[in-house]
Design a protein around this ligand. Structure first.
Ligand code: GLU
Length: 467
């Protein structure tokens, strides 16, 4: 299926394998999603993956097939689409489109990031909001699911341009969000700088210092220590738990991390701290292999401080490192693969290359980075596989800790917050493992995450009447 939006093809996505022996209630919910959300391939993929895991749940507990709970859980509570006009440094006017999909509020206020990337359209935001609902449930914290973003491309834009864009976006978004309603944060293309501009404009329009309306804020003005590190650190904490079930550890392992943004950098940092050698990382233009292990200080200087390209890393590092423009980072042999770039970045062919090179564990730092057939390949080869909705839940969990601190007008130490994050990731791992074992598939984290997240949200929805 090739989806065309205007003249621009939507990025590659996995082909959807046919679902077998699907309970009629699940099939009917899936058919409704397909017919209601035409052309939204990433959303179809995310729904498909969850519904497929629910077969044994609906068979054992037929109440989940009643009262259209499946249809309701797949349909966002509210979808907001709006125009964002802004002017660049030369006075030219640009119009972007922005979205906020408020997916599910059964467990708490809608919670989830904003993504600024040219590939953003409604289908991407819906897939992310859907995943977020189950991810947030898995954390055990009181947060519902939502996601937003815009097709704005921050690459190459000045601080002034990014600020004007954020101010214009918030001039509409402010009326839909709030500490008790919907709490956005960062995602691809949205970090501390953007959250600062968004918060400033929200405060200006509403005349309220409502700290808990956004998370990922600066440490001096309501942000939480560890929030920046949390997704990458949490990913590695989950990975440790998963490896622990096989009496394995990260020490001495060869690791490949795709991406070089906030998640990748902190996954690299924590993996190195635990004795791993991180051999490669990437950006959208190519990847670097560093035979001595990634020099994190240099990577940070180039990618975080200067917002530069990874090609410069190899140029600065000399003979130890090589830059490969284009191509697949998954051809670099490793024992642990951490896809931390974007959706559908790791295909069936990539999975085959990783399996061939002896990979033992794959944990998703990004949202839905492995295609469905890549996941199947890992599972049938006996590779440990952790889905993003469990493995990368540390980011949003620490956002919930930021909300707690804001509500209590408090700020916690780094060590205390990191300890809480560690405990939450152990609990997320435990929830996935327990649900998978309960349904006869021990070690199937994808199934466990989907079942545990679904049951938590569905039970809350059923208790709250026809919502
Ligand atoms: N965008 C992150 C995610 O995918 C974090 C969301 C948040 O902190 O609200 O979970």
């Amino acid at each position: 299926m090739m989806l065309v939006r205007g003249s621009e093809p939507v990025p590659k996505h996995g082909k959807l394998p046919p679902m077998t022996e699907l309970h009629p209630a699940l099939q009917s919910a899936y058919d409704t999603v397909l017919s209601r959300n035409g052309g939204e391939a990433e959303f179809h993929q995310a729904v498909h993956e969850v519904l497929e895991s629910l077969n044994p749940v609906v068979r054992r507990h037929p109440q989940y097939a009643d009262r259209a709970i499946l249809e309701r859980i797949c349909e966002p509570e509210r979808q907001i689409i709006f125009r964002v006009p802004w002017s660049d440094d030369r006075g030219r006017i640009h119009i972007n489109r922005a979205f906020r999909v408020e997916f599910n509020s059964a467990l708490g206020p809608y919670k989830g990031g904003l993504r600024f990337h040219p590939s953003v359209y409604l289908g991407i935001i819906k897939f992310l909001g859907f995943e977020q609902t189950f991810k947030n449930a898995l954390t055990g914290l009181p947060i519902g699911g939502g996601k937003g973003g815009s097709d704005f491309d921050p690459k190459g834009r000045s601080d002034g341009e990014v600020m004007r864009f954020c101010q214009s976006l918030m001039t509409e978004l402010y009326r839909h969000i709030g500490e008790y309603t919907d709490v956005p944060a960062g995602d691809i293309g949205v970090g501390g700088r953007e959250i600062g501009y968004l918060f400033g404009q929200y405060k200006r329009i509403t005349n309220r210092y409502e700290s808990g309306v956004l998370t990922g804020k600066g440490i001096g003005w309501g942000g939480s220590l560890v929030r920046t590190e949390a997704t990458g650190y949490g990913l590695v904490y989950f990975l440790q738990q998963m490896l622990g079930t096989k009496k394995a550890s990260l020490d001495g392992r060869r690791v490949v991390v795709s991406g070089s943004g906030n998640v990748a950098v902190h996954a690299i940092e924590k993996a190195q701290e635990l004795g791993a050698t991180v051999l490669a990382c990437s950006d959208s233009a190519g990847y670097v292999v560093d035979h001595k292990g990634i020099d994190l200080a240099l990577l940070r200087e180039i990618k975080v401080a200067k917002r530069g390209r990874i090609a410069e890393y190899a140029a600065r590092r000399g003979a130890d490192a090589e830059y490969v423009p284009g191509g697949s980072i998954w051809n670099v042999p490793c024992e642990v693969a951490l896809p931390c770039a974007t959706q559908n970045e790791l295909t069936e062919a990539d999975a085959a290359a990783l399996i061939q090179s002896g990979v033992i564990a794959v944990a998703e730092g990004a949202n839905m980075p492995c295609t469905p057939d890549a996941i199947r390949a890992f599972q049938s080869a006996g590779v440990l596989y952790a889905p993003g909705k469990a493995a990368n839940a540390g980011g949003v969990a620490t956002s919930a800790l930021e909300m707690q601190q804001n509500a209590g007008r408090d700020s916690w130490s780094f060590d205390y917050t990191d300890k809480r994050l560690g405990e939450i990731m152990v609990a997320v791992h435990e929830r996935c493992a327990a649900a998978a074992a309960d349904y006869g598939q021990p070690g199937n984290y994808a199934m466990g995450a989907n079942i545990s997240g679904f049951v938590h949200v569905a039970d809350a929805m059923m208790a709250q009447g026809l919502i």
